[in-house]
Write a protein that binds this ligand. Structure first.
Ligand code: HDE
Length: 762
């Protein structure tokens, strides 16, 4: 079967065997015409002469750009080494020399080609969002939404559209750590039947500034300071907070940025937002306003700050690895797309301006309607070719989606294409395979750096008669901008409601649980402690007074400062008094995936109860969790029942922060040479492991003599206010099954925040 098929197919064609249809084709209710297969394409190019002298249209049976990525996949297995001209290379170890000890010859084109290519391997990194990780998948519409929008992905219930999604941090350079405090990018490229639509969003629904004019200043302030290049991937420095304290419009965003939203547990466990108000337009030209929301099926979960900081050292690729491994193991990340839809008339009633990207539309004012789900089911083949070269552009929309006049969005419409031209080396970046639409491209654009398509015929202009007028204008089938009436004087300025900067910051604050509020206070304390200028700290505190007096007092206390008088407000209008919005708390979305993909360390040592460990391990695997055996060193570990355990990871390579929970296995002191009783209690790494599991609010299960290790690590069994800690579970080996069930229930909740004290007890 497969072997025969492989032998008959052109070499690169064997790649889809790895992925099957998933290589590019969505199924289940898909309505897209698949691109012309390679075979037909090559016949049509060979047999149909180019109609050079214009008796009709050039045959464009296949657009070379529109085939699936298979056409550029390369697999070296079983092949001989060649140069880039496909000349076979006999010796890849030695350069060509004039005698063995003589100088290298200029003639050595093989050496020169290899080194030259190497010299040019890097391209400029993205000026923001340089660090990212991506995956392929599909979007599936729940319903036919054609009454609301003619956008192709929503044309039918069950319709699937392929997507490529890139998650990112904003401030850090390409090699920076994943777990830093930052906004996360959430950029989705839909390869729709009607061209590419890029929904280039973030994991926070509001932004730092209100106008594109300020973006370079914002970014210059948060990036490493230009004199010494420090700090990397961090907002905790004077220039950022200087800018922030002088830009009160930033206040709402800061509340999110200092919250646990900025340290997600996983890209699979954070929301995404289109941020700006967009328009959806149906085939009759009727428009509504829309805000886009992505919500993860795995729930919204975050790290705690001390853990995030340690993770940056323990595994700088933490989020990249997490995404890759989840997809690799078949636990596909899923997100539901929701729309908040409202009319011009509704918008006019809101106490904020819908064109202001520092404001959100509370779900209590406009509910979120779930309209489809996105599944990420395939890792990229090649990080550079796909994740690095993918070019998202906020201006890439398809018929049915349109912009609003949000002045931040308007600036973005220019920026993205412009930046790709320098980053990807020219105007033909749309021909790079990952950027190429699946729909056909036909226009009179020609030439430029690295042009790949072989546009046929002598006509590259419009109007023409020599090519029968092709390509034709599509008229109403094409993109038609919503005919919004515009009237007024040219001005530089802002609408009045833009001047109110605190009401929604307060809305966010009062909608958080007590522990979330504590974390925000901790975030401000950390960042402002790093700030050296007293004046900046004071200005920031003065702004916070306008959000909440208690917040300002708590942060001031952390900095050993007095609360200053409030910053003067920019408008005389009294701020709108929003009721709390429970959906703004991370706890609003616990998720429905149980303990799937969560990583559980099982601590073992010589003398451990082997049979019990094997049972625990199997039970966790069954539930889709990722159990691993940990000890002071790896390798075979003798057990009482004769069958050795295979210890997979040591404390030094698998420190506590890499695990979502821990099980301490009990001892059965019948193994020859094993210490009797407590295992690992002399190992400071094991004790530290437990302390950090506790400090980072993770569940701990101790079986049998494992309880002794808890004691040695001084782990309290009770919460600060005296009730038993549901996440410190101690049981006799005979009750292991019941204890494991309690452990799993707590693990599915991720953290026992009620443990936290300031400073920490453990
Ligand atoms: Fe971006 N942004 N941005 N941004 N942005 C870029 O484009 C820009 C903004 C976002 O994974 C750049 O290809 C301006 C808001 C994401 O490749 C650049 C302004 C939101 C990504 C750029 C904004 C975003 C980018 C850098 C204010 C959330 C990464 C490299 C007017 C809605 C996409 C590139 C990826 C990337 C400009 C504000 C999201 C320079 C001028 C608001 C997720 O074009």
């Amino acid at each position: 079967g497969d072997e025969k098929l492989a032998a008959e197919m052109p070499f690169n064609e064997t790649k889809p065997l790895e992925y099957g249809d998933a290589a590019y084709t969505p199924h289940a209710g898909e309505t897209r015409e698949p691109p012309t297969p390679l075979a037909t394409a090559s016949t049509s190019t060979e047999t149909i002469a180019s109609p050079k002298l214009g008796d009709g249209q050039p045959d464009i049976g296949d657009n070379a750009l529109n085939r699936p990525l298979d056409r550029v996949r390369v697999d070296d297995s079983g092949r001989e080494l060649t140069t880039n001209q496909a000349v076979k290379v006999g010796d890849n170890q030695d350069s060509l020399k004039a005698s063995l000890r003589g100088p290298t010859l200029m003639e050595d084109f093989i050496l020169r080609e290899k080194i030259t290519h190497f010299d040019h391997e890097r391209i400029p990194e993205r000026v923001v969002h340089a660090r990212g990780s991506a995956a392929h998948g599909y979007f599936e519409s729940y319903d036919d939404l054609s009454a609301i929008t003619r956008a192709a992905p929503f044309a039918a219930s069950g319709k699937r559209t392929p997507v490529f999604v890139r998650f990112s941090t904003v401030a850090g350079e390409r090699g920076s750590a994943d777990t830093v405090r930052d906004v996360r990018g959430f950029a989705v490229k839909f390869y729709t039947d009607e061209g590419n639509w890029d929904l280039v969003g973030n994991n926070i629904p509001v932004f730092f500034i209100q106008d594109a004019m300020k973006f370079p200043d914002l970014i210059h302030s948060v990036k490493p300071e230009p004199n010494n290049g420090m700090p990397q991937a961090a907002s905790a420095h004077d220039t950022f907070w200087d800018f922030a304290s002088l830009s009160p419009e930033i206040t709402h965003m800061l509340m999110w940025h200092l919250s646990d939203r900025a340290i997600p547990r996983s890209y699979r466990m954070m929301q995404g937002f289109g941020v700006h108000t967009f328009r959806l337009v149906n085939a009759e030209g009727q428009a509504v306003f829309c805000k886009f929301h992505w919500s993860p099926m795995a729930g919204t979960h975050s790290l705690v700050w001390d853990e995030a900081a340690r993770l940056a050292g323990a595994d700088p690729d933490y989020h990249r690895r997490d995404l890759w491994e989840a997809i690799d193991s078949g636990q596909f990340p899923e997100y539901e797309l929701g729309l908040q839809i409202f009319s011009e008339e509704q918008a006019a009633q809101f106490p904020f301006d819908i064109l202001d990207p520092t404001k959100l539309v509370p779900e209590e004012m406009v509910p979120v309607r779930p309209v489809g789900k996105m599944v990420l089911d395939r890792n990229p083949d090649n990080f550079f070719a796909e994740t690095e070269q993918v070019a998202f552009c906020a201006a890439h929309v398809v018929p049915g989606v349109d912009f609003s006049n949000d002045p931040l969005l308007q600036g973005r419409l220019h920026s993205y294409i412009d930046t790709q031209i320098s980053r990807l080396g020219g105007a033909n970046f749309h021909e790079i395979p990952i950027n190429t639409p699946l729909a056909q491209i036909h226009n009179n654009q020609r030439d430029g750096m690295h042009r790949q398509s072989l546009n046929r015929g002598r006509v590259a202009y419009d109007p023409n008669s020599l090519a029968g007028g092709c390509p034709f204008q599509a008229g109403a089938r094409g993109f038609v901008s919503f005919p919004e009436p515009v009237n007024g004087n040219k001005v530089r300025g802002k609408p009045e409601l833009f001047a109110e900067h605190y009401a929604q910051a307060r809305l966010f604050w009062i909608s958080q649980s007590a522990i979330e509020q504590q974390h925000i206070i901790g975030g401000f304390r950390f960042e402002l402690t790093r700030v050296q200028s007293q004046a900046i700290r004071r200005r920031m505190l003065a702004g916070l007074v306008n959000v909440d007096a208690g917040l300002a007092a708590a942060v001031a206390d952390g900095l050993g400062m007095e609360v200053p008088p409030p910053l003067p407000r920019a408008t005389d209008q009294p701020p709108y008094d929003y009721p709390p919005s429970p959906s703004l708390s991370l706890r609003a979305r616990p998720g429905h995936t149980g303990i799937r993909t969560l990583r559980v360390a099982i601590l073992v040592a010589l003398g451990v109860d082997g049979a019990q460990v094997r049972q625990l391990y199997a039970a966790l695997l069954d539930d889709g969790a990722v159990p691993r055996l940990l000890s002071d060193r790896i390798g075979a570990l003798a057990t009482d029942d004769g069958a050795p355990l295979d210890v997979e990871i040591s404390f030094e390579t698998g420190p506590s922060v890499l695990w979502d929970g821990v099980i301490i296995a009990g001892a059965v002191p019948t193994v020859k040479g094993a210490p009797s009783g407590t295992l690992l209690h002399n190992d400071a790494l094991a004790l530290e492991f437990l302390k950090l599991q506790y400090r980072h609010d993770k569940p701990i299960l101790a079986l049998g003599s494992g309880a002794e290790l808890l004691k040695a690590a001084r782990i309290p069994r009770k919460l600060p206010h005296g009730v038993p800690d549901p996440g410190v579970i101690v049981a006799e080996p005979s009750d292991a099954a019941e204890a494991l069930a309690s452990f799993k229930a707590v693990l599915a909740q991720h953290r026992i925040y009620a443990r936290e004290t300031d400073p920490p007890r453990v």
